[in-house]
Structures are given as structure tokens and as C-alpha cells.
Design a protein around this ligand. Structure first.
Ligand code: AMP
Length: 191
């Protein structure tokens, strides 16, 4: 199985690039942000709980997020592999994912980190807010919060995979096609 973690701050292009990776490698795309938004839209108990955190740009608690992700992984029938987008975002999430994949006799192949500087992220998120309908993209204070949470809680996850020799930095600046080509090259050189 090919299991990729697509990593990077909000606005780095994870969603856009995930679509390209799924198409080429036939992976199952699991975005915890998308899963939460699905629950929010359908006003499930989980959605109502997640909303309070999402509205502020905070992380949903690990236990809730991990349980939701596990269920989504286990419901797949003979997947060729996964692309994890927006997960893991904390070290406990990373070790829970390792445990789950070990149970399934597989592991993370690579973490690909899209690196984009902060001013560019803010510009992209503002632009995305115009058509995403996401309230957490529209408010500069919430955006700043999400970027701060990324630095404080999520950036250390990079070291978790780097220590296993699985982290590859990808320059996230340039055309969508150029960035896709960098991602493909990183995957193809490791598999
Ligand atoms: P995203 O679409 O990945 O930017 O996620 C939107 C929001 O969903 C985040 O700001 C968090 O509130 C929540 N969220 C998504 N993924 C996670 C995760 N792995 N852990 C905790 N909260 C998450």
C-alpha cells in the first residue's frame, strides 16, 4: 500500500494537490477537515461538537478526531492506499495513526510537506474565502489563529516523521502543475 501524509499549513494547497495524487495513484482521500464539514452540514452530534472548535480555528480534541479517522479508514474495502490530508495534526494523532496502520499490516510511506511562507498563505486563504463558503477562511483573526495553532501543535508532527526518515519538503510556491510534478517526483523516487 502507498500511504501518504500530505502536510502543510492552512492554505498550502493540500486539498488541490490531493486531487492530483488520488487521480494518479488511485488512493483513498481522507481529509479530516472535509469529514468534520460533512458532519457539520448534516448537524450530527459530532458536527455540533466540532463546530465550536472549528469556528475559532482551534483543533478538535484528539480523541474525537482519531475515532472519526479510524472509522473512515476501517470502512474502506481493500484500499490501494490512503492520502491523509489535514491529519495527523498532533503527535498523539500521529502515533494513533501508526498503531492503526500497524494493525492493518501497513505503514506511512512518506510525509510530503508543502512549504509556503506566511504572507502567501494569508493571501491564498483570503482568495479561497471568496468561493469556498468557509467562514474560517474569511476572518483574518481566525486565519491568524489557525496559523498559530499550526506552528504550536502541528509543526512538531514533521519531526515525528523526519525521525523515521519519512519527511520530504516540497516547495509549495509556483504553478499548481509545477507543484504536482514535484510531489510525483518525490513519491516516485521513494517507491
Ligand atoms: P482543514 O480543512 O484541514 O483546514 O480543517 C478545518 C478545521 O477542522 C480545523 O481548523 C480544525 O478545527 C478541524 N480539524 C481538521 N482536521 C483536524 C485534526 N486532524 N485535528 C483536529 N482538528 C482538525
Amino acid at each position: 500500500m502507498l500511504n501518504i501524509v500530505l502536510f502543510g499549513p492552512p492554505g498550502a494547497g493540500k486539498g488541490t494537490q490531493s486531487e492530483r495524487l488520488i487521480e494518479k495513484y488511485g488512493l483513498v482521500h481522507l481529509s479530516t477537515g472535509d469529514l468534520f464539514r460533512y458532519h457539520l452540514k448534516h448537524e450530527t452530534e459530532l458536527g455540533i461538537l466540532a463546530k465550536t472548535y472549528m469556528d475559532q480555528g482551534h483543533l478538535v480534541p484528539d480523541e474525537v478526531t482519531i475515532n472519526m479517522l479510524k472509522a473512515a479508514v476501517l470502512e474502506q474495502d481493500e484500499p490501494k492506499g490512503f492520502i491523509f490530508d489535514g491529519f495527523p495534526r498532533t503527535n498523539p494523532q500521529a502515533s494513533a495513526l501508526d498503531e492503526l496502520l500497524t494493525e492493518l499490516h501497513t505503514q506511512i510511506t512518506l510525509m510530503l510537506g508543502l512549504e509556503v511562507e506566511e504572507e502567501e498563505l494569508k493571501t491564498r486563504l483570503k482568495q479561497r474565502a471568496l468561493n469556498s463558503g468557509r467562514s474560517d477562511d474569511a476572518d483574518p483573526e481566525i486565519i491568524a489563529n489557525r496559523i498559530a495553532v499550526y506552528h504550536r501543535e502541528t509543526a512538531p508532527v514533521k519531526d515525528y516523521y523526519a525521525s523515521q526518515n519519512k519527511y520530504v519538503a516540497i516547495d509549495g510556491i509556483g504553478s499548481i502543475d509545477a507543484i504536482t510534478a514535484r510531489l510525483f517526483a518525490a513519491i516516485d523516487s521513494r517507491t
